[in-house]
Design a protein around this ligand. Sequence first.
Ligand code: IMP
Length: 426
Amino acid sequence: MIKVIVGLQWGDEGKGKIIDLMAQDSDYIVRFQGGNNAGHTVVVNDKEFVFHLIPSGILHSEKTCVIANGVVVDPVVLLEEISTLKKEGIDVGGRLKISGFCHLIMPYHKIMDRIREKKRMHRLGTTGKGIGPCYADKVARCGIRIIDLFDNSIFKEKLRDNLKEKNAIFKKVYGYHGFSFNKIYNQYKEYAHNLLPYICNTSILLREAIKSRKSILFEGAQGTFLDIDFGTYPYVTSSSTIAGSIYTGTGIKPLKIDKIIGVIKAYTTRVGEGPFPTEFSSSFSEIIRQRGNEFGATTGRPRRCGWLDAVMLKAAIDINDVSEMAVMKLDVLEGLRKIRICKGYKYKNKLLKKLEDFIFDAYIFRRVKPIYEEMDGWSESLADIRDFKKLPLNARKYLRRLEEILSVPISIVSVGSQRQQTIYIN
Ligand code: IMP
């Protein structure tokens, strides 16, 4: 069985919990894009684990976790995660596999990310982790990959070339003092030594696994509307976040995927800048933010909150070929008198009738006005409900209406952060 988990909004949909649940039935859990800009929070027995790079499936013993070639790796963060897990008594040895083709986030990428943000006329609100500059170097063919670290002459040459160019730019354009070759060289050689036991050709590993009919779970990071091509550009991340990028991000053969599960939050959130048609007023945003603990797992930044946007979801379902959905944090909506779903937009006072009328271009998107359908809310607590039939009538109506609008079944509803606070729908 080959399954994919993908976020259908702007990330932070709650994928971490679903991945953790589905990892139980998977042999391999694979990350294929993004880097430590992601943050998956998983709560097990009241203990909270936040992962930025290592697939959250690592909490299940005997599962193999793969960081495939499409991921950009900050070795400092990765080694820290490995050491935290070891301290918690979770052995990653032999179970964590990292592609040697992963591009490395270098110290200059992180500084570049932050300086560029400060200098921009319109900030993107990046996580400041060096993700964009690292992917930029990958595409410009001057990136440094993990395997380069194991060949001294190649690593030296690449690092020298990079520093020659980058130090000049840093000094002349950004007024920043630049970076020392020796310091980075020695640091990264040490990282290489510590990472070596985990490095392999993950593309071959996964193809072999598929051949021997192992079950594989591909975990997407971020969400569809942060995709570099199909998201709300330029307010996006630098990788392809949609299900289609699994092939290039892992090097597996194009094959039939059995299930693509789209994860959505029962409302919408966004961190960073960019248009957000259904965004709440700041006072209502604050209420939902506190209830839903809507603060970034990576940067701690407050997330912007808004109503569910079914227009965006329809587009996301289509592009990812989603076959079923998981609705997260339904409990956060309890106690609201009315709940809204955005079913269309107006642009320049005209109704955008078809999806094709609308492109998720930041320029247009900033100017659309949402058209809502309003439903009655419910006052009961959902935290202890485990059966769909026991949900308050209006909560059931909300979920059924979503299925109707989106034409995709909901298979999971989450009513709390604990593993057991989950409702499965046949
Ligand atoms: P970057 O990925 O750090 O370059 O940030 C670009 C945009 O993507 C910013 O708006 C970030 O807040 C957003 N972003 C990146 N990773 C995540 C994530 O895991 N969840 C939500 N937003 C993210």
